[in-house]
Design a binder for this molecule. Structure first.
Ligand SMILES: [Zn+2]
Length: 82
């Protein structure tokens, strides 16, 4: 077995002839977390078919949570106009 396959998840499959082989299965993608506070992001599904299913259609959607984005925007507005 090649070296880069050692860390990948494997399953044992029994073939019709009685032989057992090891197959490498794809890793499931992990959960998405906010880049600032580290909270888990909702509405982000890496396995979604369309882009709107995979992420949130907001500024920095899919990388920063709504609460952190709101805080950043308020801080930016206040620093310019406040
Ligand atoms: Zn956050």
């Amino acid at each position: 077995m090649r070296k880069n396959l050692l860390s990948k998840p494997k399953v044992k499959i029994r073939l019709p002839g009685g032989e057992t082989v090891v197959r490498v299965v794809k890793k499931k993608p992990g959960k998405a977390y906010c880049g600032i506070c580290g909270r888990e992001l909702h509405g982000v599904n890496y396995a979604g078919k369309t882009k709107s299913q995979r992420s949130v259609e907001r500024l920095h959607g899919g990388s920063i949570c709504a609460r952190c984005l709101k805080r950043l925007l308020v801080r930016e507005v206040l620093s310019r106009f406040g």
